[in-house]
Structures are given as C-alpha cells and as structure tokens.
Design a protein around this ligand. Structure first.
Ligand SMILES: NC(=O)c1ccc[n+]([C@@H]2O[C@H](COP(=O)([O-])OP(=O)(O)OC[C@H]3O[C@@H](n4cnc5c(N)ncnc54)[C@H](OP(=O)(O)O)[C@@H]3O)[C@@H](O)[C@H]2O)c1
Length: 252
C-alpha cells in the first residue's frame, strides 16, 4: 500500500518514540519524510537509520523553527503533512508545580507546537494535513499532570479553531490523544526504575486492553489522518488509548 505517494511530510521530535515510528510508517506509505529534533546526535543517527532527512530544530527557539522551514523550502519546496509531535512529560504535584517546569511544559508542548504550525503554514500545500500529538491527559484528572494536561487541552483547543480557519484552504487539522504508549518519554522524567514500574503497573491495570500501546499503533492512525482516506475529517480528536477513556468503573 502506498497511500502517501508523492507527499512530503515533516515530523517534529522524529528521532524517538511515536515520531520515529510515524516517520517509518509514512515513508513505507510512500511519503518523503523529514524529521526534526533538538539533539544533533540523536537526529543524525535516527535519520540515518530511517533513511530520511534530519534537521536540528529545538522548538523552544522560534528562530530555529524559521531556519528549519527555510531548509525544507530550499530542498523540498512545499510540504503536505505536518506531524506536530515534539513534546515532553514533566510530572509535578499540585502545590509543588515549579515555574521552571511550568514554563518548559508550556513552551515545548504548546508554544512550540503552535509556532511550528504558524511557521510551516506558508509552505504547507492547500489540501494538506496537520496532525497534532495531544494526549488523553487533556481530559483526565491524573495526579501530577495538571500542567502537562493543560498544555494538551490548549493544543486541542487550537486544533479546533485552526481546523475552522484553515478549511478554506482545504487543510485538515486533527489531534491524536494517545493513552500510555511505550516510549522513552517516561524514563526522561528522572523517575527511578521502581517508580516507573509502579506507575506502569497502576496504569496498565486501569486500561481495558490491559497493556501500554506501541508507538506503531499511533503511527497507523497518524498515517490514516495524513492520507486522502481521511479527506472528510477535520477538527477531530482520536483517542488511541486501549479504552482508558471509557472509565469502565469495573474491570471486565
Ligand atoms: N508516550 C506516551 O505515553 C504519550 C502519551 C500521550 C501523548 N504523548 C505525546 O506524544 C509525543 C511524543 O512523545 P513520545 O512518547 O514519543 O516521547 P519521546 O520518545 O520522548 O519523543 C519525544 C520527541 O520530542 C523531542 N523533543 C522534546 N523536546 C523538544 C524540543 N524542545 N524541540 C524539539 N524536539 C523536542 C524529543 O527529543 P529528545 O529525544 O532529544 O528528547 C523526541 O524526539 C509528545 O508530544 C507526548 O507528549 C505521549
């Protein structure tokens, strides 16, 4: 199957986890893929493994996003797919939310996402697809995620208004809300192995399908939303969470 033949896709945070799996999937579907990320070493090695173009652009630095847009424009002209995926998870309890943690979460997960879109828009073809990587934490009251969840709720809100405003250009804007997915994001928090295992066991228990998702399972939905198969879908959110948001009360 080659649902994305001839399309050019940019994936932020493409050197790891969901972004990496999606780069692989979009390439397999025929797209020309460009990944971005903040670490030269990680981006270069992932780009080489995937056989795609890698660009260093920390979304905390808006001038770096400008530079990435110019590089893409010079080499590829216009793009068709923008997967706004770069993000971080910083767990903080209410009462101990630090200003640093707050700023980092907002600046990467919301401001970085918004300005990625704003800056790539001039080179996004009419009829293109923007997919924002949000989280079911936009809707849950999970402990330690008050600020993280707020960044994702803000992104979903931006998604809806952007879908309306970009409809005249036939650009579709959608959001993906994953549940817990097995990626390095959790080990980057500084939590110990024991804490990670405790959190993992607790979350897995509450998921009706009783497991974490795999990044490839998010990539499948991203590839669908990127393709013309999703031609009548805009302003939508897809929960890809093993049923977590059902809130089943009793386990089956
Ligand atoms: N895994 C989950 O359970 C889960 C659930 C819901 C939503 N999400 C969301 O899914 C997205 C991808 O996360 P993941 O789980 O795949 O985690 P991941 O493996 O840590 O990947 C995150 C990617 O974003 C990059 N990134 C972080 N800060 C950046 C910055 N300032 N500038 C540019 N790139 C930056 C990371 O670079 P480095 O490798 O250099 O850190 C990495 O490439 C995030 O938006 C996350 O919030 C994840």
């Amino acid at each position: 199957m080659s649902t994305l033949n001839g399309k050019v896709a940019v994936i932020t945070g493409g050197n790891s986890g969901i972004g990496y799996a999606t780069a692989k999937k979009l390439k397999a579907e025929g797209a020309t893929v460009i990944i971005t990320g903040r670490s030269t070493e990680k981006v270069d090695s992932a780009a080489a493994e995937l056989g795609v173009k890698g660009i260093i652009a920390d979304v905390l630095d808006l001038s770096a996003i400008d530079a990435a847009v110019n590089l893409v424009k010079d080499e590829f002209g216009k793009i068709d797919i923008l997967f706004v995926n770069a993000g971080v998870f910083i767990p903080m309890p209410v009462g101990q939310n630090s200003e640093d943690g707050f700023d980092t979460l907002l600046d990467i997960n919301f401001k970085g996402a918004v300005f990625t879109i704003e800056k790539f828009l001039p080179i996004l073809n009419d009829g293109g697809s923007i997919i924002n990587l949000s989280s079911i934490n936009a809707y849950t009251g999970m402990p330690n995620t008050a600020i993280y969840g707020a960044t994702k709720a803000a992104l979903n809100s931006y998604t809806r208004a952007a879908a309306t405003e970009l409809a005249p250009r036939k650009i579709r804007v959608n959001a993906l809300n994953p549940g817990p997915i097995a990626t390095p994001i959790f080990s980057k928090t500084g939590m110990t192995e024991e804490q990670l295992k405790g959190m993992g066991d607790m979350m897995q228990n509450r998921i009706p399908l009783k497991r974490y998702g795999q990044p490839e399972e998010i990539a499948e939905v991203a590839a669908f939303l990127a393709s013309d198969k999703a031609s009548f879908i805009t302003g939508a959110e897809y929960n890809v969470d093993g049923g977590l948001n059902i809130n089943p009360i009793f386990a089956a």
